[in-house]
Design a protein around this ligand. Structure first.
Ligand code: ZN
Length: 150
């Protein structure tokens, strides 16, 4: 096992042990629910959107380690970002989990590159992100991975 692989595994373990921004956000003005029935993962994402920017973000949910670690990491990536920046970060993350291509610079998101080898887990890894983007759009409809081909 390479040092980098080991480091990346630590990232996922760490986000599971100490999830970031977990719990309801009392000041939230957007919320979306994500559901991944294939694996049984659930994820609620709360946002306080100020203008075009995500001022505050949190998630709450249950499910497999990949889904919860990914949601935790997602909150750290999206906090303070604009909607356009959030879309771009999601596109980057999606590229990593579907192709396995690690980011050029060592980054926490690289921890999810290994997911590409397990197509069923890609839905776990993207669940929180889908919910966040839906919340951002103010879409009240629940995010379900079933409507996505990825
Ligand atoms: Zn899962």
């Amino acid at each position: 096992m390479s040092d980098l692989t080991d480091l990346y595994q630590q990232v996922i373990l760490d986000h599971n042990r100490r999830p970031r921004n977990r719990g309801k956000l009392p000041s939230a003005n957007r919320v979306a629910h994500g559901d991944n029935p294939t694996c049984g993962d659930q994820c609620d994402v709360y946002l306080r959107v100020d203008g075009d920017r995500i001022a505050e973000i949190s998630f709450d949910g249950s499910g497999c380690a990949i889904s919860q670690a990914s949601a935790s990491l997602m909150t750290t990536r999206l906090k303070g970002k604009t909607a356009a920046e959030a879309e771009k970060l999601y596109a980057e993350f999606h590229d990593i989990v579907t192709t396995g291509k690690e980011p050029e610079e060592i980054s926490d998101v690289g921890a999810f590159a290994g997911v590409h080898a397990f197509p069923a887990r890609i839905k776990c890894a993207t669940l929180g992100w889908h919910a966040a983007l839906n919340a951002l759009k103010g879409d009240p409809a629940p995010a379900t991975t079933e409507s996505h081909t990825d």
